[in-house]
Design a protein around this ligand. Structure first.
Ligand SMILES: [Zn+2]
Length: 422
């Protein structure tokens, strides 16, 4: 038995010790939410239901389409791993090792924050006509970015990127701290506040890893979204009020620009750097491919237990397993811990929203993949049209095409060794 197999067994043993107890607790939490709905007591579940602008049947069929695709794609990924390492049983568990072995080991690669920011600011301008100008860094290390549209001041984004023990959460968030208001004699432009908990690398805080840059692009997508929201309500920030299924569309789309050829042109200046970036991209996409089934199962179980008061976590999982045969890749024991994470607790039943946003953003990004930023600017009216529902909460939500997610990530097929090895 290899060391990797032994370590996997130890991990499984630890996981299995408490999963039944935890599943029972999650079932009680879900049952309480249903009881609150029946008794008209406001709670997270009523809020989710109130804010969604898509029907339960549409969500359910979107999630089944996604899961059916995920099963096919994961079987394909497993074959790729089998071919590479010659292990038939549980080959998928060795994917991390395969990625690690195939990756170029040039140390922890980092990218200049100011170059990455100027690039993503150009993306915002080309696509949405928002001109972002970075101001000075204040004494707390935050950067204030002014936004202009067609030469007129349109709001502000504060980038507060660094870990600070005083921050209440170690997560990354974007808040719309000022909403756009117009009382005639007083106009309040929107202000978005990005709070991250990034830890600077050994080279100082002007250089970030690929995944840290991805976080910054993601949050900046939320911030640009906040600047561009129309039809606001006086007592709610634009971002908060968007239906859950549309909140991640623009943030995930901004992340994708890390995979655009123009990003490589901007941030790399030698063949070795370009190969390093290709490697970072390939690793990120390969890891995402491993999560297809897990994310689909979680989203569907979360949706199902909050739609049907009669079911339990295990009952819902078993129905999915009967239909798709997921247990060999994703056993039930993996499931319960996710349901006590903040994302599941805050928006019960809405975990599907991330996949929904991802499908939307992958479909919107792929036609732009081969364009220069000037050509993107030429195609801007089409881009704005596609994202219209992200800026106007009274617009409807169209069901996005799940296949776009697989097409985007499957570009990183395993037998294609990253360019740095070619
Ligand atoms: Zn987000």
């Amino acid at each position: 038995m290899t060391t990797r197999t032994k370590l996997l067994r130890i991990r499984t043993g630890l996981r299995d010790r408490h999963h039944a107890e935890l599943a029972a607790i999650v079932d009680r939490i879900v049952a309480l939410r249903h009881q609150c709905v029946r008794e008209n007591i406001p709670n997270g579940l009523t809020q989710t239901r109130m804010r969604l602008s898509v029907s339960a049947d549409e969500i359910e069929s979107f999630l089944h389409d996604y899961l059916a695709g995920a099963v096919t794609r994961l079987a394909r990924l497993e074959n790729e791993v089998q071919d590479l390492i010659g292990i038939d049983d549980g080959a998928i568990d060795h994917l991390g090792h395969v990625i690690y072995s195939a990756a170029a080991h040039g140390g922890r690669r980092q990218y200049a924050l100011d170059t990455c920011l100027s690039y993503v600011f150009d993306v915002a301008h080309a696509s949405f006509g928002v001109r972002l100008n970075a101001g000075k860094i204040d004494e707390r290390g935050s950067m204030v970015v002014d936004a202009h549209i067609e030469g007129r001041y349109a709001g502000q984004i504060v980038l507060d990127l660094w870990h600070d023990a005083r921050k209440l959460s170690a997560g990354n968030h974007t808040f719309g701290i000022r909403n756009r208001m117009d009382w005639g004699h007083f106009v309040q432009p929107p202000v978005a506040y990005i709070s991250c908990a990034l830890r600077p690398g050994e080279d100082g805080d002007d250089r970030l890893t690929f995944s840290q840059i991805r976080t910054v692009f993601h949050e900046l997508g939320h911030a640009v979204n906040h600047i561009l929201v129309r039809h606001r309500l006086p007592y709610r920030s634009g971002l908060e009020y968007l239906p859950p299924e549309r909140r991640e569309c623009l943030s995930l789309w901004f992340e994708m620009w890390l995979h655009h050829p123009t990003f490589a042109d901007r941030v790399t200046s030698s063949l070795a750097e370009a190969a390093g970036l290709a490697d970072d991209r390939w690793q990120a996409l390969s890891r995402q491919r491993r999560t297809y089934l897990e994310r689909g199962t979680l989203a569907l179980v979360d949706f199902d237990v909050h739609r049907n008061a009669q079911t339990s976590l295990r009952g819902s999982y078993e129905r999915i397993d009967d239909r798709y045969g997921i247990a060999r890749w994703y056993p039930f024991e993996e499931l319960p811990t996710h349901f006590v994470s903040p994302r599941f607790l805050e928006h019960p039943g809405a975990n599907f929203a991330y996949l929904w946003g991802e499908a939307h953003s992958c479909a919107a990004f792929s036609p732009l993949r081969d364009l220069s930023l000037d050509e993107v600017a030429g195609a801007a009216s089409g881009i704005r049209e596609r994202f219209q529902p992200s800026f106007d909460f009274s617009a409807g939500s169209a069901v996005p095409d799940v296949a776009a997610i697989f097409e985007f990530h499957d570009l990183a097929a395993l037998p294609v060794v990253p360019a740095s090895h070619g």
